[in-house]
Design a protein around this ligand. Structure first.
Ligand code: SAM
Ligand code: SF4
Length: 346
């Protein structure tokens, strides 16, 4: 990326029209730029061939597309692919492509590292290194080789989306607007540890699905696993969620990593039912991806199935999420950590 050039990727139609106006071009050139970006995915301003050469030269003086190819790729034997993308600020984030029968999901990152420091998460161990810009977020979709086959996008990569909400909302707007990718918001899920005030804004300003990372219904235990619980107890998050309607198109789900001998007991199952009583939601039970230096273990299949059956039997539709890309640590942030430790030159 050439220094000081402003990325066009992530700008809304109104902003692209402003760019055109500022440079003395007709406003409709903004619409042409939007098509070249969000429909045709050009990699250079030179490729916007229905804009005059003189205007393209003017544009290139100040702007760039803002796309960058991945710098590293790991392929799992199950078809999952993990990409390492550079960011505008010279750091790296991971993006995971997960094909599954008729679905092809892309798991995107919203931050470099994360402030939340969850015990079981490699990204948490990395600490917080910065927010992704809107072009950093969209570049993960724009520049992934499987882009045109994608059916779903989940914000479940590195970082806490509510801690970078402005840019996440700008990205989901570009993905769902007619001037952008024109995707249904029902194809996009944003996952959060549960940042109450930001969640209200997200729910009000977006129609995308919402996932909340639960992992324990018991305050002390959740605080041990997820320090964010201390300032933002899950009971308060759930009370807030009760103010919104999730009974129609929009889905509310809770993610629950099942740790053997820790959060998989009948008592936990009862407490989950109590906590979520009456809320229109589902639960995804997740297998723990082991990370180095953390003494936690995934529960076995029997315990997971017993938990699923209890919860479903008590009115909360619960599924067990198939674990994908275990051999490439698809869920863990290990690739970007290794890249950092190698001084950015793996
Ligand atoms: C990496 S987070 C990103 C989104 C957001 N920060 C959150 O916590 O929901 C996405 C999901 O991955 C889960 N996760 C993190 N580390 C994991 C691990 N080692 N094994 C399985 N799931 C993990 C999180 O709990 C969360 O449900
Ligand atoms: S699980 Fe989510 S909130 Fe927790 S440290 Fe990882 S990325 Fe951050």
């Amino acid at each position: 990326m050439v220094a000081n050039l402003i990325p066009l990727l992530g700008l809304s139609l109104a902003e692209l029209k402003d760019v055109a106006k500022q440079l003395g071009m007709p406003a409709f050139t903004g619409g042409q730029m939007a098509k070249w970006l969000y429909v045709r995915h050009v990699r250079s301003v030179d490729d916007m061939t229905d804009i005059s050469k003189a205007n393209r030269e003017k544009l290139k003086g100040l702007y760039t597309i803002g796309c960058m190819p991945p710098v590293d790729v790991q392929k799992s034997k199950d078809g999952t692919v993990k990409y390492l993308f550079p960011t505008m600020s010279g750091k790296f984030v991971e993006t995971v492509y997960i094909p599954d029968n008729d679905r092809a999901t892309l798991c995107v990152s919203s931050q470099v590292g994360c402030k939340m420091n969850c015990l079981f998460c490699q990204t948490g161990k990395q600490g917080f290194e910065g927010n992704l810009t809107v072009s950093d977020i969209l570049n993960q979709i724009y520049s992934v080789p499987e882009r045109d086959t994608l059916t779903n996008i989940v914000f479940m990569g590195q970082g806490e989306p509510m801690d970078n909400l402005d840019n996440v909302l700008r990205a989901t707007e570009a993905l769902t607007s007619d001037w952008g990718y024109a995707w249904s918001p029902k194809r996009i899920t944003v996952s959060s540890v549960g940042v109450k005030n930001k969640l209200c804004r997200f729910i009000e300003e977006s129609d995308c699905h919402l996932a909340i990372s639960l992992h324990s219904p018991i305050h002390e235990q959740r605080a041990m696993l997820m320090p964010a619980e201390k300032a933002m107890p899950i009971t308060e998050v759930v009370d807030m969620l009760r103010n919104y309607d999730f009974s129609h198109q929009r889905r509310l789900s809770f993610e629950y990593i099942v740790f053997g001998g820790l959060n998989d007991s009948p008592m936990h199952a009862r407490e989950i039912v109590k906590l979520l009583n009456g809320l229109d939601c589902r639960i995804n039970l997740i297998r723990f991806h082991q990370i180095p230096g953390v003494d936690l273990h995934g529960a076995d299949d029997k315990r997971m199935e017993a938990l699923r059956d209890y919860l479903t039997g008590h009115g909360i539709f619960t599924t067990i999420r198939a674990s994908r890309g275990q051999d490439i640590y698809a869920a863990c942030g290990l690739l970007s950590t290794a890249r950092k430790e190698a001084g950015g030159s793996l």
